[in-house]
Each structure stands twice: as structure tokens, then as C-alpha cells.
Design a protein. Sequence first.
Length: 301
Amino acid sequence: MTLGEISEPIPHQGEIVVAVKASSVNPVDWKVRNGEMRIITGSRFPKVYGCDLSGTVFALGPGVTGFSVGQSVYGVARIMFGKRGAHADKVAVAASRLRRMPVEVTFEQAAALPVAGLTALNGLRRCGDLNGRNVIINGATGGVGHYAVQIARARGAQVTAVCSARNFERAKSLGADRVIDYRAVDFTREGKRYDVVFDVFGRLGFSTAARALEPRGLYASTLPGPGLVIQSYLLKPFNGKHIVFANLRDKPEDYDTLEQLVTSGQVVPVIDKVFPLEQAGRAFAAQETGGIAGKVIIRIA
């Protein structure tokens, strides 16, 4: 990865050029870089990564209303099908993918919110009413996980967090009622049953997670591979354990809910590390290595 110059983005119909202040690193970014998603992203380089962004409106494209130049915004840039990402000083984004930034958050906090926060929110929404239910979050202090713990807690769940021992205190501060060291304990074999197993890493698989589920429990995974998708359809006719998928959904009502949780103090974006744009390679390495508590941010301006 290198820092280079590309042409200035031009806003097309319905687009806004954002002067980016901050972005974050998500697994999709390094998967695109590694070529794991080249079927839909193509193999041609250079590519600009970065889905999450916050910044100010630099220019408005034709047909855009409700925004003004200089306004603080945040949202999601699509990096598929040749689109440029937000690890740059400017990026053109569909106006429908942007929101006015709440005054209660910083640019770095806003850049930490969209992909991870909305993924956690949608995954738990698909699990139904959580009030009084036992929810376990596997990968509880990472990007999606730290939001999932807080959202589940805000929804009235009894939350068990699975993470490394060094992140115990972080998990407790997020609202976890109980914390398990994944290196010391296999929670799927300890005998306790949960209404929801939220697998942030997506590596457990349904068969393994089912050992820890109540008879009508739900396994929520962030990685809907073909095998798991087929399993989910096969299980639907039966009145037992089921599979749901935690994927990004960024409808206005989702942003409304997430912003209400943040501005009320029920959800706090956790930022582990911040790197300048010229050190984006180090930011990616920190994310890929693992062990991050919260989000990795790239500061652009």
C-alpha cells in the first residue's frame, strides 16, 4: 500500500463529494486488498479502500437536496464495482449513503460508527425482543462486537462476552454481565445455554454454536457463507434452533436508532488506535493481526 495522487472526484447525479476527515478499517477493506472479493471488485489497481467516513460536504452533484457545502456528515462509501473508498482526502458518495453528523460525536467517533455499528444493530434486530434473554457475544471487544455488547445491554439482555483475558475490563465497562476467556474456556461445552449466540467472527458454525443454544435459540453470524445460507433455509420449516445473519443495513431508520443510542450515552464508539493516512498500511496490519479493542481509525486531514 502506498500514498499517491489520483484525479479529483466529480459528483455525478445524486452524489456528494466529501472532504474526508476520518475513516476506519473494516475486514472488507483488507479482503478487497487481498483479492478475496475480486469477482465483484475487479483486479485492476490502484484501488482506494475505506467504507466508513466522516467529513464535510465539499461539493454537491446534480439533484442533491438537504445538504449544504461545509456541513459535517458521515456514512458509508461503497468500494465495489470500481468505486473509490474513503481512505483519501476526497470521495464522491451517493447522498442517500450520508447523514448529518450528530454534534455529540467527533469526526473520529463518527467514522467508527457506520459499518460496525449498523451490522451489530441489524444482527440483533433479527434476533427479536432481547429483554430478559441470555445473549453471548463471541468476539465481544472488536469492531462489531463492542457495539453488539452495548446494544444488547441497552435492549435489556443479560450479556456474556467472549474475548481475550486482557480485554476483560473493557468488556465489563461495555456492560457485559459475565466475561469468558476464549483461550481458557470453550463456552459451547460448559453446559450453559443461551437464547442468542452472536458470532462476530463467523467462525463457530451452526453445529458448534447449537451446543450452547436453547431449544429455540438463534445463531447470528456475520459471515453468511453458502453452506450456512443453505442450512438456514433447511431449518426454517422447523420449530427449533435457527440461523440469522448480521449484515450491514443502512436505512434511515437504522441510522436513527443508532444515533439515538449514541446520543443517549447507551452506546459509545471505542477507538483503539489512530493512524495518519500515510501510515494506512500500519492501520491495516493492526486490524488484521487482531486483538483490537474497538475500532482502528485513519485520520485523513
